[in-house]
Structures are given as C-alpha cells and as structure tokens.
Design a protein around this ligand. Structure first.
Ligand code: FE2
Length: 425
C-alpha cells in the first residue's frame, strides 16, 4: 500500500483542493489524483480539512471541577482564586488526573490536539504539578500538552512562591509563568517579571505570564515584559496572556507600547470567553468587557492568538473545549466582522496559536505531523459560524475521533425532508 490513510478531495483553509497521503505519523504526499491505494480512504469532498486546533492558554488542573467544593457565587476573578485555593488542597492527584483526562477526551473530539496549560505551583505539596505531568505522559501519543509553572498566588506573596516555581521546572514543567498584577505592589510585580524572565533565560525556556489581567489602566507589566524580553534576548519565546488592562489604557500610552511589543516579538493571548465574564465587575455603566486591543496589535504585526482559559472550573461554569466557541466569541467582542477578519479568527485558533506555543511539524504540508481534522464546513468562516462538527480527527497518523453530520430530519408540509446547517457547498 502506498499510504496508511488517504484523504481525497480535501478543501484546505486557503481554498485549494488536494488529496492528502499519510504514512505512519507524517503527511507524505499532497497532490490531486494521488493513487487510490491506502489502508483507509476518507472522502472529504466539499469539506474543510484543517490542521488541529491549538489552545495556548488553559488551566487543566482546575478543569471540570465546577461546584467543588462550592460554586463561585459572585462570579468574580478574586472569589474564583479563593475557591481554587480551597480546592487545590483537598483534590487528590488521582482526582485531578481523572478530570484532566476526561477534558482531554472532550478536546480530542473537538479537534483540539495541542494545549498549553498553566499549572498552579503555589501549594508546597505540588500535587497539581505531579498530576499534570502524569496527564502529559498519558496523553502524549495523541495530544501535545505543554505545561507552565504558574504561581497563582504570586511569586513573592507566599514564602515558597519562588522556590516552588523552580521545583516545578526541575520536575519537568518547561514554560515559566507568573502573575505580576497580583503581587503585593506594582514594584513587586515589576520585580517578578524581571526575575521570571531571568529564570527562563538561564534555563533556555519560554515565558508566558498572566499579565495585567485587571481593569486598572496603570497596570503596565506588559511594558516590563517587553523590556526584559529585549534585554535578555528572549525574542519569539515570550507571551503575555490576557493583557486586559490595555482595554482601559490611555491611547497615547498605547501608541508607544504597541511598537515596543512588536519590536521585541512578544505574543498576546486574549481569552475572550473568560475576559468578558470577569472584567468590568467594579463598573456601573458603561461596563468594560476588558478584551485587549486585538486588531490594533495585529495591525502592528504582533502575533495574537485566542485562548480558552477555563472550562467548568472556579472561574467559569460553562465551556466545552471547543476552540470554535472561543473564535466565535472573540470575533464578536473584537468586532472582527470583515471576511478577512473572520477568517483570521480561524487562523488564530490554529496556526497562530501553534506558532505562539512553538509547535513543531504543525500544518498541512509534506513532512508535517499527520494531525488534522475534517470539518462539516466549506471554509474557515463557515466553520466559525456553525462551530462546525468535527467529522473526523486524525492525530499523529491515527483516526482518534469521528462524528456524523448533524443534519436534521424535518416533518413539515411542503418543505424538504432534511435541513443542513451549511449554507454553501
Ligand atoms: Fe489563565
């Protein structure tokens, strides 16, 4: 046999049509009219075939814990942090592993095959780290799980905050996280950014900080993050997650800030589902929704990806693991409504996110890792509009999930017997 799997007549995100030959865990051929000689042939005529979704910002240690030990009554970020502070000390490693594996099952069924998860390093027992490293090992054959050492309560607010970040990195976590706006003072926040970037530089690691997740327009740790990135030569290895204070910053200051971020190659990861729920909680009206300046950053060439952040946890009671939900919400909140902008929202949850977290072999080209998805949509915009069903998901050369098309059977007088959600094709 020429191929293990042959996908015929695939429509790629750029609109070209091609067959895709897969051998082992690699895409080995990409052309029209490939020989129909394969262990499995999948007809994708009229369907969008895209590389898998990538979530660059998630909290897998807390996922699917909603209601344990209680719900977040106020719905605020701070009550969520308090609630998580209770849960992380009573949840066992086994419970966290089981919840995380269930979430990874959901993710795979949604074509989400790479996740960067922040892991809370605050408690000295580091059960969260032990659990997430175990999950990373188990899912490795089918899902790329990247872990970030994340001092949820601040690097300097607890006696062992810094020490535990180092311990987590020594255990095998390989991205440096932080939360400068949650340190006791602006000065401590600034110092934490410098400290964390130096740790990353010493160890040759990437950096991804929860940065300025606040409505305070004076929270400007992103400026320090950009400065330290330049000073330490970390260009292309640093991301600022959330950046919600930028929503409220003075326009003149932002006109100086964005060129600095662009110059040093820092990426941005807004999380629209969560930011619009958590921000503006101190406002009367108008109520800010706190999304960072997505289109303005993109216009400067800054990589901006959509992250998911939370699914059924102390901060967010909803969520499904569907990055198309994230793109759909981001499109609305950032008002990315032109055809090019809607398309870009799909790119943000695929190739831009892959670039931000540094995934190797990602995409659909000869020699790429054979991970892709077939969607019940004609193109990326329709995929976002429908949050299109993932008909088939292939991870590293194996079919890992299949679903039927979600068309309805109608019983109406003088109307067709079936209705399809797709409008084109
Ligand atoms: Fe987060």
């Amino acid at each position: 046999m020429t191929y293990d799997i042959l996908i015929t007549s695939a429509t790629l995100p750029d609109g070209t049509t091609t067959d895709i030959g897969i051998t082992g865990d690699k895409i080995t051929a990409l052309a029209t009219d490939l020989p129909r000689d394969a262990g499995q042939i999948i007809d994708a005529t009229g369907d969008l075939v895209a590389p898998p979704f990538v979530d660059p910002h998630f909290h897998l240690d807390a996922a699917l814990s909603y209601g344990t030990p209680r719900i977040n009554a106020s719905g605020t970020l701070l009550e969520g942090i308090d609630l998580w502070g209770e849960l992380r000390d009573i949840a066992t490693v086994d419970e966290m592993v089981e919840r995380a594996l269930t979430y990874c099952d959901w993710a795979v069924s949604m074509g989400l095959l790479a996740i960067r998860s922040h892991v809370d390093t605050t408690p000295d027992h580091l059960n969260t780290v032990t659990a997430m490293l175990e999950v990373q090992r188990i899912v490795k054959p089918y899902l790329d799980l990247q872990l970030v050492a994340f001092p949820q309560d601040g690097l300097y607010r607890s006696k062992t905050g810094r020490e535990n970040v180092i311990r987590a990195l020594d255990m095998g976590v390989n991205v440096v996280g932080g939360i400068p706006h949650f340190e006791r003072t602006m000065e401590d926040g600034r110092a934490s950014v410098k400290d964390l970037c130096e740790i990353a530089a010493d160890r040759g690691l990437m950096v991804d900080l929860h940065c300025d997740e606040t409505d305070d327009p004076m929270s400007r740790h992103i400026e320090t993050l950009a400065y330290e990135t330049q000073r330490l030569g970390l260009q292309g290895r640093v991301a600022g997650s959330h950046l919600t204070s930028m929503h409220s910053m003075d326009n003149y200051y932002v006109s100086k800030l964005l060129p600095l971020i662009a110059e040093v190659g820092v990426s941005a990861i807004p999380n629209p589902l969560i930011n619009i729920v958590l921000q503006g909680r101190h406002d009367t009206y108008p109520k800010r929704r706190g999304l960072t300046r997505v289109k303005e950053m993109q216009a400067m060439g800054i990589p901006v990806g959509w992250g998911q952040d939370c699914v059924r946890d102390p901060w967010y009671s909803l969520g499904t693991g569907d990055m198309l939900d994230v793109a759909f919400m981001g499109l609305h909140v950032a008002q990315m409504t032109s055809p090019a902008e809607m398309r870009r929202c799909f790119d943000m949850v695929t190739q831009v996110n892959a670039q931000i977290i540094g995934l190797d072999g990602y995409g659909i080209y000869e020699g790429a890792t054979a991970s892709l998805q077939i969607l019940d949509a004609s193109d990326p915009i329709e995929a976002v509009r429908l949050r299109a069903e993932r008909l088939c998901v292939i991870s590293k050369g194996n079919v890992v999930s299949t679903k039927p098309r979600p068309n309805a059977t109608l019983s109406l007088p003088d109307r067709p017997g079936h209705v399809a959600r797709r409008h084109q094709a």
